[in-house]
Ligand binder design. Structure first.
Ligand code: HSE
Length: 415
């Protein structure tokens, strides 16, 4: 029997214990060894839990117990998870985690410590919940040059957008429901402001391009400014609005990496990824497009990925799984202002639609009006051709000086 410990008995932690207990026999058959849970670390009391003999409030109990070989860190947040993970790896224990914030901010350092101590640090659950994506990228697709990854990486915001569009639910109501279902982060601002998706695209980019791409290098924008008018214009254009995390390798070797709402065409493979589902499109030079789809948040889907990592560590005790990236700096990322893409713009103005349209054609590249029934008078919505962000900003400023009130500006994706 190999002993494991679980740090954090929240939504994911309780799921990890449940999956390990319920699938005990099939797990033992697949790992060729039984996995026991010796400790569950949490500062809270769970008087009704059947696992009273396992709970501890002391991290040292786990750290100092040589019998414990693998630890699941499902506490979330950087502190104290970082300190705990570092000490566990240094003491020769493997660690698995769903903690995307920790992997995105300290991944290079923790992977290096794991390597130095011949143990494993695995994080399949940190991106895409129950969807396999870390292993496919580091193993199955490893022969490819990955040209681009684009994904709906946050279940909470996708759930909110779906509820708003399909059921006309208010933003607040949909968020409260996502919280009740255990999808949202402790501080849901991380979801709705795009930071959670930013951490996930950072992890995927670091993995694929071999250098740590820190979340602060990722242009990040959430969904709080999306209005129903934009959703309706998107539909008239022939698409939907989704919060997309995207990284593309540019010709000069830098990365165009961003999280922002994007207009995507209805025939894109990501357009019908709704509710709490995530969809991740990987463009490989040999494979072409490969799409991963499944539940991106929630107790059991996330626990499934954490437990699979525990099993992998048990199968590789005393051996290393190759999973690595070097430290990186900002030079790997193309400044957002210099990136190039088309946008959708919605503007209003007293001068009237015709004058706005004529001015837009003067200022922006390849303007195409979006016509829809029921639009407000004196409101113009249009798409542009490819433009450098800095040039789009200049054109928007000139449009506003002309008297246009620019109400929305959303990137158009090529997916
Ligand atoms: N809050 C996250 C989400 C949880 O909604 O996607 C899974 O990482």
């Amino acid at each position: 029997m190999v002993q494991a410990a679980v740090m954090g008995y929240g939504v994911v932690g309780s799921g990890v214990v449940e999956v390990l207990m319920e699938h005990k026999e099939s797990i033992a058959r697949r790992t060729k060894d039984e996995i026991g849970i010796k400790y569950i670390l949490d500062i809270r009391d769970f008087p009704d839990s059947p696992f009273q003999d396992k709970f501890t409030k002391s991290f040292e109990d786990i750290l100092n117990d040589d019998e414990v070989k693998v630890v699941a860190e499902v506490m979330g947040g950087v502190h104290p998870a970082y300190d705990f993970t570092r000490k566990l790896l240094e003491s020769g224990k493997s660690v698995v985690t769903s903690n995307k914030e920790l992997v995105a901010t300290k991944g290079a350092e923790l992977l290096k410590i794991a390597k130095e101590h011949n143990v494993n640090y695995l994080f399949e659950a940190s991106v895409g919940g129950g969807i396999p994506i870390i292993r496919p990228l580091s193993q199955c697709l490893a022969a490819n040059e990955v040209i681009e990854i684009a994904g709906i990486l946050n279940g909470t915001t996708n759930f909110i957008l779906t509820k708003m569009i399909r059921e006309s639910m208010s933003f607040e109501e949909a968020l409260a429901m996502a919280q009740r279902l255990g999808y949202a982060e402790r501080n849901p601002a991380a979801d709705i402001e795009g930071h959670d998706a930013g951490r996930k695209i950072s992890i995927l980019a670091s993995l694929v391009y071999g250098k740590h791409v820190y979340p602060q290098y990722v242009h990040t924008q959430g969904i709080t400014k999306i209005s129903l008018e934009d959703v309706n214009y998107a539909s008239a254009w022939g698409g939907v609005i989704k919060l997309i995390g995207q990284v593309k390798k540019l010709e000069d070797g830098t990365l165009d990496i961003t999280v922002e709402p994007m207009l995507i065409a209805k025939d894109s493979q990501l357009a019908n990824v709704d509710d709490v589902f995530n969809g991740i499109l990987v463009r490989g030079d040999s494979t072409g497009d490969v799409v991963f789809y499944g539940k991106g948040a929630g107790k059991l889907p996330t626990a499934s990925a954490v437990v699979a990592d525990i099993m992998d560590c048990v199968k590789h005790l005393g051996k290393r799984k190759y999973l690595d990236w070097a430290d990186g700096d900002e030079s790997i990322v193309k400044p957002y202002d210099e990136t190039v893409f088309p946008v959708y713009i919605r503007a209003a103005g007293k001068k009237g639609k015709k004058a706005l349209y004529e001015k837009a054609c003067e200022l922006f590249a390849d303007v195409k009006e979006i016509v829809r029934s029921g639009s407000a008078e004196n409101e113009l919505a249009f798409t542009t051709g490819d433009m450098k962000v800095a040039d789009t900003e200049k054109a928007v400023a000139a449009f506003e000086s002309f008297g246009a009130d620019v109400l929305s500006k959303i990137r158009i994706a090529d997916l």
